[in-house]
Design a protein around this ligand. Structure first.
Ligand code: IVH
Length: 668
């Protein structure tokens, strides 16, 4: 009897593996989802009754185990290098000429899509998945095996038990899954992910695999790092091999006999990229012959045999339907254009920032104008050009109002400033709301579950008036809110409670003193060691601190002179919010490393990025030279990045700045 059961269990396992392969790799399923689920159910039942037939690689075991306390690091068997970037055809031709001189014979290339996700290394021993790791700094990554196993497209067993295989690939989140996830998060009042890449990265770094399992992650593999037990000669062959082993390989690629053909293929994707259900940020051109690759070798951080062609920012025409003003936490009125919805780089865009009054005047932007928009950073589109020749004559100029649209107080534009500001202060509901949203945000008090929606709900229901009131909320208060259950109420109260233990600098930053960013908050906290001392400091004492100029000092003094702010501070203290714990001194782990920072980074101003580097002992210089160790670049990086590439200096694209700096510190 038990032999029959074992046979049946093995039969189902084999069938499920085969179906996974057909579905995820061949894109040619042969059974319905329902039939698949029934097989899975049957196997689960057998395993429950006879646990001896359950093993770690059973299809039922994708989500298992308890959440862990932290990630363990793993050493990669071969470094996971990054790619040099080219932003135009010229750089691609230059690359081709450079490498042609270093090899004999003509080169052919494989051009692949550059998937915008998270790089991972998958290790299979004797055909079984043993480790899934993040790229980390390229040498050492994090062990995320438990999360990797939850991705159904990643086989737990290869189709042949080869001795050892390590594949590199990209885990990504399809656009649809990303939109759905953000919708759910918005409804729950949680912070939204800026793009599918961040969402994928955030999901893989969850300590509880049950969360990753719900995130609809996918994978494409594109490189063989280690292969024991087989010999291959071409990259194209390696891709086929990976696919035959049961790993998903992206179907879109082309073997090109010349760089011109490769360039043409790259261009062909500029318009086609929108038809994909996932984001790509360019293409990768790779030398096909593995022997030539060996000869070409690598520079410090990237192979010479491959180069990434990055897409230029996508632009589209649309119409400005209206212009409205958003009042920020410091009272600044930011004009935003409401657009005719337009599909841009994978998402539907309905708004674009117009920055300030001068921007509108200099570009002569009017309501009704046809304009060209582009995505500048990750999510915020902007107007690049007005198509004045398309004007009908009924477009309307936008005049800044004299009074705040939210509270009716007078607005003022100070001498030498671009910003127009509401003078309503704490009497302006918008400023209060934005101030509290800032207070709870990630770099500030980091209160999970207290996103913009929730803050708004708490204000509207009268449960809070100032940010200090957050610490006096009770469970009964919360249970009276829309769609708030016991569990969410408990979670929220717990998150609020936890934030009482935050570092002093988080509180200082969270208070939202004008001109005081994250870097300055850290410097001040490190110097004065408690909030009371900061609130009593004189201008002279403040400017004696590194990074604090007279403008910031004045702003700090006038902030603490305000009775209302004093009252908030007192109530925070009475609630037990830490106002004294000295900020843990950061190790000066970037000492001796020179950086150049170029382009714009999500979430950080250039100055903030610089402060962060310097605080950790690193040096920031303005020009790229041979002495530069790393060029950190963001969106719209230009000549500095090109120069760095020319000089062979390591360039790093910044997604998460802290993470990048940690990597640099580890590498030295
Ligand atoms: S090859 C050493 N191929 O792009 C060569 N990379 O900016 C290894 N990426 O870190 C990279 N799609 O995470 C390669 N088809 C593809 C890729 C790809 C996405 C990522 C990869 C890498 C980053 C470099």
């Amino acid at each position: 009897m038990s032999r029959q059961i074992e046979q049946r269990a093995n039969q189902i396992k084999g069938q499920l593996e085969e179906h996974d392969y057909r579905y995820y790799v061949l894109d040619d399923p042969r059974i319905t989802d329902r039939e698949y689920d029934e097989l899975m159910q049957e196997l689960k039942q057998i395993e429950e009754q006879y646990p001896e037939y359950r093993d770690l690689h059973s299809p039922t075991q994708r989500v298992g185990g308890a959440p862990r306390a932290g990630f363990v690091t793993v050493n990669h068997p071969v470094p996971l290098l990054s790619l040099d970037n080219a932003f135009d055809e010229h750089s691609l031709r230059q690359w081709q000429q450079r490498i042609s001189k270093l090899t004999n014979g003509t080169l052919t290339y494989v051009v692949e899509l550059k998937i915008d996700g998270l790089s991972v290394a998958l290790t299979y021993d004797a055909g079984r998945l043993s480790v899934g790791a993040t790229r980390g700094d390229g040498t050492v990554g994090e062990d995320i095996t438990a999360n990797i196993k939850t991705i159904p497209a990643i086989p737990l067993k290869l189709r042949k038990p080869i001795q050892q295989l390590v594949a590199r690939g990209e885990v990504y989140m399809p656009q649809e899954a990303f939109l759905k996830l953000n919708e759910e998060r918005e409804a729950a009042g949680e912070a939204l992910f800026a793009n599918p890449r961040n969402a994928a990265a955030g999901s893989l770094r969850q300590l509880d695999p049950k969360i990753a399992a719900k995130r609809n992650l996918q994978v494409f593999v594109y490189d063989l790092l280690v292969l024991r037990g087989e010999e291959l000669t071409m990259h194209e062959e390696a891709l086929e091999f990976l696919r035959n082993m049961g790993l998903p390989v992206n179907p879109h690629r082309k073997i090109c006999d010349s760089i011109e053909e490769a360039i043409e293929y790259c261009h062909s994707w500029t318009s086609r990229r929108n038809q994909l259900s996932y984001d790509i940020d360019g293409l990768v051109i790779k030398v096909n012959s593995l022997q030539a690759r060996e000869e070409l070798g690598r520079t410090a951080k990237s192979p010479r045999w491959a180069i990434a062609y990055k897409f230029p920012a996508e632009q589209k025409p649309t119409t400005i339907k209206d212009i409205f003003l958003r009042v920020g936490r410091t009272g600044v009125l930011t004009p935003t254009a409401l657009l005719d919805p337009v599909h841009l780089a994978g998402t539907t865009v309905t708004k674009a920032t117009l920055h300030n009054e001068d921007f509108i005047i200099s570009k002569d932007i009017r309501v009704g104008d046809k304009v060209i928009v582009q995505k500048a950073g990750d999510i915020i589109p902007e107007v690049v050009q007005v198509l004045t020749e398309k004007r009908a004559g009924n477009e309307q100029e936008f005049i800044f109002p004299e009074y705040c649209p939210e509270c009716g107080a007078k607005v003022i534009r100070e001498e030498g400033e671009a910003a127009v500001r509401c003078q309503g202060g704490l009497a302006c509901a918008a400023q209060v709301r934005e101030g509290i949203i800032h207070f709870t945000s990630r770099n500030a008090m980091d209160i999970e579950g207290l996103g913009p929606k929730m803050v708004e709900q708490l204000l509207n229901s009268g449960l809070i008036k100032t940010l200090a009131d957050l610490y006096y909320l009770t469970k009964e208060d919360l249970l009276g809110l829309d769609r708030m259950g016991e569990k969410s109420a408990d979670n929220l109260l717990e998150a609020i409670e936890r934030s009482k233990e935050n570092d002093l600098y988080q509180l200082v930053f969270a208070m939202g003193v004008r001109h005081v960013g994250l870097g300055a908050s850290k410097s001040i906290s490190m110097h004065f060691k408690n909030l009371a001392a900061i609130s009593k400091a004189t201008e002279e004492e403040l400017t004696a601190v590194e990074d604090i100029g007279p403008k910031m000092a004045k702003s700090i003094i006038s902030f603490f002179a305000e009775d209302q702010n004093q009252a908030v501070m007192r109530r925070l203290m009475e609630a037990g919010v830490n106002q004294a714990k000295a900020v843990s001194e950061r190790i000066r782990d970037l000492e001796g490393i020179t950086f150049v920072v170029t382009g714009t980074f999500p979430g950080y101003g250039r100055k903030e990025a610089q402060a962060l580097i310097e605080e950790r002992g690193g040096k920031v210089s303005s020009g790229v030279s041979k002495k530069t160790d790393y060029v950190l670049y963001g969106e719209e990086a230009g000549s500095k990045l090109e120069k760095a590439n020319r000089l062979g200096i390591s360039t790093i694209e910044v997604g998460d700045l802290q993470q990048v700096l940690d990597d640099c510190a580890n590498r030295g």
